[in-house]
Design a binder for this molecule. Structure first.
Ligand code: 13P
Length: 253
């Protein structure tokens, strides 16, 4: 059975000190109920190395929220996958709608980022999702397929990749699709993966993201084609994050 994966995307929240305090409290409190999915924390960049050190030897990974292409070079402000890997990251989010919208990371960039991540040993969490307008026009499946295919065409295989269905209209809004709808879209993604890679496509983990919290998590956990969640706001509070993990595991553990 595929192991569930719960990913905390802290976006541009938490100082280094706040990130350390979260992890310390989390480790103390979760020890009592240590029946967990695979868990990944994606902190701000300044906190990444410190958290990776704090979590060494634990069953918790650290991820980055994006990466720049290349290895090293005269690229002011850029952080390559190699640097992230060396700093302790195991995963990296690519194609998040906030990166697509705020930083112009289009399908071609997302594709190159996924390739670059795999080349340096990072597991890309590849985000796809339709906007509200696209949904209202009935274009959800077409948008998802286009985003998925544009990435997988460039890969040699799907081992170490994760996909996340994040409808743009559900991020940070408190709105969520029904679990049936999220499961259906996960099926659209899975079918595309299996068509391209008949042997491995069915084993790739597909997450749901967008307003997941301790209440909604159980519904998504009951969706058979979802293997985990990518969580923003509700991952920032230790108690909430622990409850969310427990909620998922009660349904899927
Ligand atoms: P929220 O959980 O805050 O809606 O954010 C979702 C998200 O963007 C995770 O990557």
């Amino acid at each position: 059975m595929v192991r569930s994966l719960l990913v905390a995307n802290w976006k541009m929240y938490k100082t280094v000190a706040e990130s350390q305090a979260f992890v310390q409290e989390w480790l103390e409190r979760r020890a009592k109920t240590d029946r967990a999915a695979e868990q990944v924390i994606c902190p701000t960049l300044p906190a990444l190395y410190v958290l990776a050190q704090a979590l060494r030897g634990r069953d918790i990974r650290v991820g980055a929220q994006t990466l720049d292409l290349g290895r090293e070079g005269a690229n002011t402000g850029a952080v390559s996958g190699y640097l992230l890997r060396e700093a302790g990251a195991s995963y990296v989010i690519v194609g998040h709608s906030e990166r697509r919208r705020l930083y112009g990371e289009d399908d071609a960039v997302v594709r190159d980022q996924a390739v670059a991540a795999l080349e340096c040993g990072l597991k890309p969490i590849i985000c796809v999702g339709e906007s509200r307008a696209e949904r209202e026009l009935g274009r959800t499946d077409a948008v998802i397929l286009h985003q998925v295919q544009s990435v997988i065409q460039a890969l040699n295989d799907l081992a170490d990749t994760v996909f996340a269905y994040e409808p743009v209209w559900a991020i940070g809004t408190g709105l969520v699709p029904t679990a049936e709808e999220a499961d259906r879209v996960a099926g659209v993604i899975q079918d595309a993966l299996v068509r391209a890679y008949p042997n491995s496509g069915g084993t790739v983990r597909i997450l749901y993201g967008g307003s997941v919290n301790r209440q909604t998590v159980r519904e998504f956990a009951a969706a058979p084609r979802l293997d985990g969640a990518l969580v923003g706001g509700a991952s920032l509070d230790v108690e909430h994050w622990i409850a969310l993990n427990q909620g998922w595991m009660e349904v899927r553990g």
